[in-house]
Design a protein around this ligand. Structure first.
Ligand code: NAD
Length: 333
């Protein structure tokens, strides 16, 4: 039913149902790494809930999935870690028109057209890495955004993540842990041979492989990572997102090199077309493009909501065909 035709009580009922269903799907996805529905189904229900809650704000509850990052805190048995600054999610859009509307709002807030740094949206799970005097001392998952799980021993088994930076910096950096498609395909073949349930997608496989009490299991899973964020750019001496990525690489941190700065949103069309076409041939899964206001002081000016930064937006690709083709293609990095 179109939202404007809903009675208040019908809206209340639908909001409550969606909140309950999405919470249940979130528990399966974030806590058990075993989704009950496909992402595009979740995304469509989530978008409906956002629209309903914005038309009927009296039905927004504090524990609505729209007001919380990730799932509730899991009972995984891993120790808990409080994040020095919250780890947020990202707002998402599904069309160029919605991107243009986001750009218009951003431009209006800033008072000028900001350049944007475009990045691939890596299909993994977020991790925070703390380096003290250049040494990796702690790694944690996003968890509920405020408190995550301690996965230090697990992360230390991932070859792509340096134990030591090339400079003795004390800094927390954040990025994505992912499972390369090749490892994902091999893992599922093995799991089926062992009579185990295969993982639904590389993101769930990466999350399930990282969030292990026994770090030896993580070690066997061939995970990798890209770093894309720090809340402490002054430690790096950088003033832009693109500059931060370049500094991460200098420090020996893994970065995805498919990023590009554009001067205006209209320039994004080529980037999206390129990676929509190349998506299947990348060695790792991507589910969209992340657009970030490039100047870090402008990011601070725009700020965050309780759940998402206002200075970034994820453009999500249309749902992918089944992943069964991944074994037959040529891998490129
Ligand atoms: P998200 O994964 O859509 O976007 C936010 C995340 O993107 C960040 O936390 C970060 O980990 C990641 N990311 C990847 N590349 C990045 C880059 N270059 N820069 C910044 N961040 C980058 O949001 P979410 O809150 O983690 O999860 C919501 C999504 O999870 C939904 O869109 C849905 O598809 C899926 N989900 C599915 C189910 C299900 O039942 N299938 C349930 C819950 C959530």
């Amino acid at each position: 039913t179109p939202i404007e035709q809903l009675s208040t009580s019908a809206a209340q009922q639908e909001v409550a149902q969606l909140q309950a269903d999405l919470t249940e799907y979130g528990v399966a996805y974030y806590e058990q790494d075993a989704p009950l529905v496909e992402d595009h189904v979740y995304d469509a229900l989530y978008a409906r809930l956002v629209a309903l809650e914005s038309a009927f704000p009296q039905f927004v509850t504090q524990d609505s999935p729209t007001q919380n990052v990730g799932g509730a805190l899991t009972k995984s048995g891993l120790a808990k870690v409080e994040h020095p600054a919250p780890m947020l999610s990202l707002g998402d859009v599904f069309s160029l028109e919605e991107l243009a509307a986001w750009d218009e709002r951003t431009t209006k807030s800033l008072g000028f057209q900001s350049p944007y740094n475009l990045e691939l949206k890596i299909d993994g799970l977020a991790v925070a890495l703390t380096y003290v005097d250049g040494r990796l001392v702690q790694a944690s998952t996003r968890g509920n955004g405020t408190i995550g799980e301690d996965v230090t021993r697990n992360v230390k088994t991932i070859k792509a993540i340096p134990q030591q930076l090339t400079e003795p910096l004390t800094i927390e950096v954040r990025g994505e842990i992912y499972m390369p498609k090749k490892s994902f395909a091999a893992l599922n073949v093995q799991r089926e041979a062992d009579g185990l349930e295969p993982f639904a997608n590389p993101r769930n496989a990466a999350a399930g492989s990282l969030r292990q009490l026994d770090a030896q299991v993580t070690k066997q899973r061939e995970l990798s990572a890209f770093v894309y964020y720090t809340a402490e750019p002054e430690v790096l001496g950088v003033t832009t997102q693109s500059g931060a990525l370049a500094r991460f690489a200098e420090l020996g941190l893994p970065t995805d090199t498919h990023n590009q700065v554009i001067e205006k949103m209209a320039d994004i069309a080529d980037f999206i077309a390129t990676y929509t076409a190349k998506r299947d041939t990348l060695a790792y899964g991507i589910d969209g493009v992340v657009v970030k206001v490039n100047a870090l002081d402008n990011q601070v000016e725009l700020g965050n909501t309780v759940k998402i930064p206002r200075w970034a937006i994820a453009y999500k690709f249309p749902p992918e065909e089944a992943l069964t083709v991944v074994r037959d293609i040529e891998w490129t990095v």
